[in-house]
Design a protein. Structure first.
Length: 76
């Protein structure tokens, strides 16, 4: 139970950090390359993509764990 809570909390932080780093990384590059606001948008989309990837990874792990722990079935 604690492992699930820890993983869920960690993925929440990972999602937030990925989006923030993507946006501010793009904003930083906008300042350096004078491309405002385009790289901020690209960074934001990259951060959202990384967040979705993290969520998919966690869902796959939960599904795999759930399938392995089903009563009455043999493990794969």
């Amino acid at each position: 139970m604690w492992r699930i809570a820890g993983t869920t909390g960690a993925v929440g932080i990972e999602v937030a950090v990925a989006i923030v780093i993507g946006y501010f990384g793009g904003k930083y590059l906008d300042g350096k390359l004078h491309t405002t606001p385009w790289l901020s948008y690209v960074g934001l989309l990259a951060g959202i993509g990384a967040a979705i990837k993290a969520l998919v990874r966690v869902v796959r792990n939960y599904r795999r764990d759930f399938e392995e722990k089903k009563p009455g079935q043999q493990p794969k």
